[in-house]
Design a protein around this ligand. Structure first.
Ligand SMILES: [Mg+2]
Length: 402
């Protein structure tokens, strides 16, 4: 059976009985125009790289997934994908959970966490994409169907910029109809408060503001005492949340912030195992968990993390920072997660978001509607690969701050 509007993705009627014939890492890079090369939370990005995995089946249907790790260490992603390819070829792509565990089993000694699992996210997502296309349904339908008619979306930006740049960004976010915006902080309590107040004024009353101290703040993380001092300076501003006030491993620091501050604490975007997620929940470290389907191991791990959060009475705001593959994987997973309350959208200019999507995001009054294209809704064509060739020098790299 062919679904008319998306006939180009090769929809067939049954996912069973097909076989994987190729697994290919693909990297696409976009070079930021000079005016968009901004300092970002202790680092600088000259451009951005999408770390993709393409899985081809004997039906001709291909699936695409993305790992956020492509932004950081594409060479490592390539090696890990190639390491798994032989074990995946010849297998039935609809055995997603089984294939995931087989991949993880190959890495138990050296890759239980970190980039090994982050890369597995792209393989898992590509398998979901294959299966969705094979049965002609969006992946969220395979995950149990959307739990939400729509979800609010926030613009994720607010890097280092001068006043004119910040005002221009706030205006564009407001005019685009976003319901919230997130900015990066982590300079000093005084500077962070001034930046947040400036953006609140520039955004106006209809757009909420969240702040992100990025592993508080990478590469030189705050102590809990410093993180609390930075939070105290923001406490009366009515912020949506205060994200990653401490180092990713400083779960007790998070808990201290949550106990000391009257601002919701958010975190967990760099977790790569349920054990890490559980540590945040067991220690009362966050009000809002931010799992990422292109980092935590895939879409199903995010849905499960959402269930863990719900049991702990913690909210969920799926993380997404990369290209279309990270955005869509997290939106499918977010819609399949009852506790999900917000979707992140990386609002830096990046054509690898719009051009890799089969259909544009459907957004009404700042709220995203569930995706409808079969699979994840991604497309990867020879033309796109030619238009955005991989640039090895576009890796994210940290700089010492001031
Ligand atoms: Mg963040």
């Amino acid at each position: 059976m062919t679904i008319q509007p998306f006939s180009d993705v090769g929809v067939v009627s049954d996912a069973r009985g097909t076989r994987i014939v190729a697994v290919r890492p693909v990297f696409l890079s976009y070079t930021y125009p000079p005016e968009h090369v901004q300092g970002w939370s202790g680092g600088r990005l000259p451009g951005i790289t999408a770390g993709l995995v393409e899985i081809t089946t004997d039906t001709g249907v291909t699936g695409v997934g993305e790992t956020y790790a492509g932004v950081f260490a594409p060479d490592v992603v390539r090696a890990i994908v190639e390491y798994h390819a032989a074990g995946l070829i010849g297998q039935d792509p609809s055995n997603i959970e089984r294939l995931w565990h087989e991949c993880r089993s190959r890495m138990l000694y050296w890759g239980r966490n970190g980039i090994a699992i982050a890369t597995l996210s792209a393989i898992e997502a590509a398998l979901w994409d294959v299966c969705g296309k094979l049965v002609g349904k969006p992946v969220v339908e395979l995950l149990g169907g959307p739990c939400h008619d729509s979800l609010p979306r926030y613009a994720s930006g607010g890097m280092e910029a001068d006043a004119a740049g910040m005002r221009a960004e706030a205006t564009s976010v407001r005019d685009a109809g976003y319901l919230a915006m997130k900015i990066r902080t982590g300079v000093s309590p005084e500077a962070d408060r001034a930046k947040a107040q400036f953006m609140i004024d520039a955004l106006g009353p209809d757009v909420r503001l969240a702040v992100d101290a990025v592993q508080g703040t990478n590469p030189n993380p705050w102590s809990a005492t410093q993180a609390i001092a930075a939070g105290k300076a923001l406490e009366d501003l009515g912020l949506l949340w205060y994200e990653e006030p401490c180092a990713a491993w400083d779960v007790d620091g998070y808990a201290a912030c949550r106990a000391a501050l009257d601002i919701p604490i958010a975190g967990g975007e760099s977790c790569t195992s349920p054990e890490e997620v559980q540590a945040f929940l067991d220690r009362g470290a966050v009000d809002i968990l931010q799992p990422d389907a292109s980092w935590l191991g895939g879409l199903l791990p995010v849905v499960r993390a959402g269930a863990m959060a719900a049991r702990a009475k913690v909210g969920v705001a799926v993380h997404a920072w990369g290209s279309a593959g990270t955005v869509l994987a997290n939106y499918h997973a977010g819609f399949a997660t009852p506790a999900c309350g917000w979707l992140e959208f990386p609002s830096q200019p990046n054509p690898l978001i719009s051009e890799l999507m089969v259909e544009p995001l459907r957004v009404e009054q700042g709220r995203v509607l569930p995706p409808t294209a079969p699979g994840l809704g991604l497309r990867l064509t020879p033309e796109l690969e030619a238009a955005y060739p991989y640039r090895a020098d576009h890796r994210y790299h940290f700089e010492e701050r001031r």
